[in-house]
Ligand binder design. Structure first.
Ligand code: SF4
Length: 361
């Protein structure tokens, strides 16, 4: 199966033989609720004969999306509660999200912003972008700005360059971070002009969203190398998804592949309580068991932080496994064996109060 264009409807998916015609009516109901787009590069990776295909599971709509679990929420990570001006989420003192556009090259079925992203959702108007930049200029504690959306890299290089230049001109903004799925979804759109648009005298990081090792195709690797070779380091974020990457072989292969591409695994997100996504979520206990297995089998370079965005907008917290016993007297090694550790506070620290000072940072 080869698709020549972006698949944007259940009828397109039927025509591309990715879904059977008997699902068309049900999937049209899903598509009326949540955006659908699968780029040719990702469609090419789908094996229609495999009902459990990990790429299809991420992008092909599913009837189960219409069932909302009571714990799910249209705004699962509480963006709205921390939005001082349109397009800005200011949750932590030293950093903000700047949501420049609400469109993406591809729409993920588990998206935590699925209620607000889509092809017709547009982006920030010129006036709203100016107001968002004014807010950042007027807030000196903002050290880092995270361009997100949607996918900020779907903007034209000219518009992106303008946003980056305006951010780079703000003295207190020292770091610009860009969250994107474009290098795996549409690698040909990572052009030299797009890469140049991100360059400034500020520290800039591109964070790639990838969930399965098959997403790192040869073209995707070339696209990532364009950023890295231009001096823009890359990190990754992945979402732990049932039936996609919730086994240690796949998760380990994903992290190793990323590192081989010179991309440092940064976050593994526990799937958010986005509407209609219960069939894609694991339990936290399953996630912790996977992280424990990863710790035992793969290099330290391959270890992301397993994090949960606390519902209600209270930010991210690490939820990885704990290796130290509650009283600090034993520590578990990579093979699951426990070892004693002397848990007394060193006398010189206790005497000088250094420990207390650190805990107050
Ligand atoms: S690329 Fe990101 S913002 Fe866009 S649909 Fe996927 S998860 Fe949501």
């Amino acid at each position: 199966m080869t698709a020549a264009k972006v698949l944007r409807s259940p009828a397109d998916l039927v025509a591309a033989q990715i879904v059977r015609p008997n699902r068309l009516a049900a999937l049209e109901q899903v598509a009326a609720r949540y955006a659908v787009a699968i780029t040719p590069e990702l469609a090419e990776l789908i094996d229609p004969s495999d009902p459990h295909d990990a790429i299809a599971r991420q992008f092909v709509p599913d009837e189960r999306e219409l069932a909302m679990h009571p714990d799910e929420s249209p705004d699962p990570i509480g963006d709205d509660a921390h939005s001082p001006v349109e397009g800005v989420v200011h949750r932590y003192p030293d950093r903000v999200l700047l949501k420049v556009v609400n469109a993406c090259a591809v729409y993920c079925r588990f998206c935590f912003r699925r209620e607000t992203v889509g092809p017709g959702q547009g982006g920030l108007s010129r006036a709203a972008l100016a107001a968002a930049l004014d807010y950042i200029r007027a807030t000196p504690q903002i050290w880092e700005v995270i361009l997100t959306g949607g996918d900020p890299l779907v903007l034209s290089p000219r518009r992106l360059k303008d946003v980056v230049a305006q951010l780079a001109a703000i003295g207190h903004v020292k770091v610009i971070r860009v969250h994107t799925r474009l290098p795996v979804a549409a690698p040909e759109r990572v052009t030299a002009a797009l890469v140049r648009a991100l360059r400034s005298d500020k520290a800039t990081f591109v964070v790639l969203h990838a969930n399965h090792p098959r997403e790192l195709t040869e073209q995707a690797r070339v696209a990532c190398a364009r950023f890295i070779d231009a001096g823009i380091p890359m990190l990754s974020q992945s979402v732990l998804l049932r039936g996609v990457n919730d086994d240690v072989a796949t998760l380990g292969a994903l992290m190793r592949t990323l590192v081989e591409c010179r991309i440092k695994p940064y976050y593994l997100h526990h799937a958010d309580l986005a509407p209609g996504t219960a069939h894609l979520r694991t339990t936290i206990a399953e996630g912790q068991a996977l992280l424990r297995a990863l710790h035992g089998r793969t290099s330290g370079l391959c270890q992301p932080a397993y994090v949960l965005d606390i519902p209600g907008g209270h930010g991210k917290s690490p939820i990885g496994p704990n290796y130290l016993s509650a009283d600090g007297s034993t520590i578990e090694d990579f093979d699951g064996r426990r070892h004693a550790y002397p848990s007394t506070v060193p006398l010189d620290h206790a005497a000088t109060g250094k420990i207390t000072a650190v805990s107050n940072l």
